[in-house]
Ligand binder design. Structure first.
Ligand code: WTA
Length: 682
């Protein structure tokens, strides 16, 4: 890799930047490490506090061998993140400022919401949720498409001190039920459905199914609030438009479906909740360490973890990373393409931008619908200056050729962000040269659901970047590289990426399972937070994240565990064993490659392959579906019976250089596995 090539920050970004030189970055970074209280305290001064902290500014233990792992910032301080994201701006004279330009799946569907309007709707929604019995500390499940009501619901929960648990709209009923049960949510907010490209998703049907699954496990969803979204869409007036699947009036049908399964004792239309709700709703003053939200992320055991974030630390961190990483100024229009169902949407569609009084684009659709021109059209339409998306999208858009990009102006662009997976230098350079016309900074931001915000990232007007490197730590973050024995690697080298101390936005626990929090993140290397990623430090001290070093896959920026997919596959009655590995994929980054051992006598058929794909879709969601399925008469195992994934990865990639196989119990399976290899994408 081109370690030595620096791309300097674009000179036009330097003037007026929040951080305009490496000197300034180094000084600020030094203060954030030497005196975190002074550094974060000055930032905290810009927010509203009902009361300031009483105890230590930051208290923690990262060493599991010395007792309970814990992290606390500003314990005793009282605030409300919704108040800081809305009331503070409205009182500051920004009521008429646009918070969101909403752009629907169809280009004709658009809306805009000012800070003043948002505050009104959020207060109503908060009062409405309270009237439904939602109180401080309760957990609300949110299963919505990318519509303004999603942001309204999150802020309304935060306003009344309820914890939100957003479940991505692409998750199946099973996955939704698991999450509702784990958090014991008894209220859910969902919608009738939504369109993604040509596909109509009946969200309410899936939610109903999930409610049945919960009921079968003795848990009742007491109230389900339903946003009526489909009838207000352009598709509704033009049912032929993108109807697909031969369904003449899909929007009508969706409405019908919703009514057919309506449970009057439980279900409630959003508009009815809003119209009956009180106009004003006093915020609950929350302790700095009170929970704000949980968000499930894949765990290597297969059971998702409810990553819990608290109030004040998350607020400071989401706001500060947003401000510096994108160098946000009030004249900017910002657009992050992520869905709020993932952490990127929480921190960089909802909280980070709103805490900075930003004007953002919120996009319901897909970057490829109606065509791959859509992102560039949207950028020109709203004069987007800061754009944030995933390498998978960049690679797929790159495939479509430069012309459809360059025929649009894109003159407004200044900063281009990348998130969710390693970005290969080729895609980075295309993003910089073609999308940015060579005039923009590219910021490759490394972080995780657990970190709450960016932990490694360049700053656009300060950091000389290197294509493919996430460069340097953000303020307050101290990375280290460790070898297998926990010894620190100084200077150039490659190892486990860990962090030495907490920054304000780090997760506090796994919901309902603090022990799992300690074991997953702190046990392997006492005294450090372990990311599960590998990284390399080059001669200039730049960090290059190489990817997961545990049993996780990153498919199109979605983190999945091999165990989670395997347990879905094994449920099929014909399967006796399944092993899943990641293989490189030119667009998705990684693809899901499955080895399936059938039960004795069960044939390997197209039918079975279809059923296996369906199983994964049912258990997790379409985004986790296998890309390759191969028959495996046996699996390579150690003598103690552990599957040798390292060997399977080689087979999947048709690499005959298997390395050391001396621990393998039965080498004869190898030849058979190569024989059955499949290069055919499903
Ligand atoms: C990967 C997404 C390389 C990494 C914000 C991490 C990245 C996982 C990058 C977290 C990046 C995220 N370069 N790898 N810039 N950003 N990752 O929790 O493996 O969905 O551990 O959070 O994505 O995924 P998560």
């Amino acid at each position: 890799m081109a370690d030595g090539v620096f791309v300097p920050p674009p000179p036009r970004l330097v003037e007026g930047a929040h951080c305009s030189s490496m000197q300034q970055y180094n000084d600020m970074y030094k203060q954030s490490i030497d005196d975190p209280e002074a550094f974060w305290g000055a930032i905290a001064d810009q927010f509203y506090w009902k009361e300031r902290h009483t105890g230590k500014f930051c208290d923690y233990n990262f060493d599991a061998s010395k007792g309970k792992v814990f992290i606390e910032w500003m314990r005793g301080a009282k605030t409300n993140i919704c108040y800081n994201a809305l009331d503070r701006h409205v009182q500051g004279g920004h009521a008429d400022r646009v918070a969101f330009f909403w752009e629907g799946n169809e280009p004709a569907d658009e809306d805009r919401l000012t800070y003043g309007q948002l505050l009104e709707r959020v207060q109503r929604c908060a009062s409405g949720l309270r009237a439904l019995g939602v109180a401080r500390g309760h957990c609300v499940a949110v299963y919505l498409p990318m519509i303004p009501e999603l942001v309204v619901t999150l802020l309304a929960c935060a306003r009344i001190g309820a914890v939100h648990s957003v479940v991505f709209g692409g998750f199946s009923a099973d996955a939704l039920a698991d999450r509702v049960l784990d958090a014991k949510c008894d209220v859910m907010v969902t919608s009738d459905g939504f369109w993604r490209g040509n596909k109509l998703v009946h969200l309410k049907e899936i939610a109903d199914h999930a409610a049945e699954l919960c009921a079968a496990r003795d848990h009742r969803l007491r109230r389900v609030v339903v946003v009526r979204h489909l009838p207000r869409l352009h598709q509704h007036q033009h049912p032929a438009n993108g109807a697909g699947g031969g369904d003449a009036q899909p929007a009508k049908r969706a409405q019908f479906d919703v009514q057919a399964s309506w449970d009057a004792a439980r279900d409630l239309w959003w508009e009815d909740m809003m119209s009956e709700a009180a106009l004003e709703c006093e915020p609950e003053w929350m302790d700095a360490e009170d929970p704000l939200f949980m968000l499930y992320t894949s765990g290597s055991t297969g059971k998702p973890k409810g990553v819990l974030h608290t109030t004040a630390g998350y607020m400071l961190y989401a706001a500060t990373t947003f401000k510096y990483t994108f160098d946000y100024h009030l004249e900017d229009v910002y657009w992050c393409t992520a869905d709020i169902g993932w952490i990127t949407g929480h921190s960089y569609v909802a909280y980070g931008p709103m805490l900075n009084c930003a004007t953002s684009v919120m996009f319901e659709g897909s970057p490829f619908y109606p065509s791959g021109e859509r992102p560039w059209q949207i950028i020109d339409k709203y004069k987007v200056s800061k754009f944030y998306t995933a390498p998978t999208a960049i690679r797929a858009l790159m495939r479509l050729g430069d012309d459809i990009v360059t025929k649009h102006s894109r003159q407004s662009l200044k900063v281009l962000g990348s998130v969710g997976e390693p970005i290969n230098p080729e895609a980075w350079l295309w993003y910089h040269r073609v999308v940015g016309g060579g005039r923009c900074a590219v910021v490759d931001t490394f972080w995780q659901t657990e970190t709450g915000g960016h932990v490694l990232t360049p700053l656009p007007a300060a950091t000389p970047t290197k294509p493919g490197s996430a460069c340097r730590p953000f303020f307050g973050v101290q990375p280290a590289l460790l070898d297998e024995n926990g010894a620190e690697i100084a200077g150039e080298g490659e190892g486990y990426l860990v962090f030495r101390r907490p920054w304000p936005g780090i997760m506090r626990t796994v919901y309902g399972n603090h022990q799992r929090f300690e074991t997953t993140y702190f046990k392997k290397f006492n005294g450090f937070y372990c990311t599960g990623d590998g990284a390399r430090r080059d001669a200039d001290g730049y960090l290059w994240v190489t990817g997961r070093i545990d049993d996780m896959l990153n498919v199109s920026g979605h983190l999945l565990s091999t165990a989670q997919i395997e347990s879905a596959l094994i449920e099929h009655p014909s399967v006796s064993e399944a092993a899943v590995v990641a293989v490189p994929h030119s667009i998705k980054g990684e693809a899901v490659y499955c080895f399936i051992t059938n039960k004795q006598g069960e044939p390997w058929t197209d039918e079975l392959r279809k059923e296996l794909i369906l199983k994964v879709r049912e258990r997790i969601g379409a985004f986790a579906a296998p890309d390759y399925l191969q028959c495996a008469p046996g699996l390579p195992k150690t003598r103690s019976g552990k599957i040798m994934r390292r060997v399977l990865r080689k087979i999947a990639q048709d690499d005959r250089d298997l390395g050391d196989v001396s621990t393998m119990a039965d080498e004869s399976v190898i030849a058979l596995l190569f024989q059955h290899r499949t290069a055919q994408l499903l």
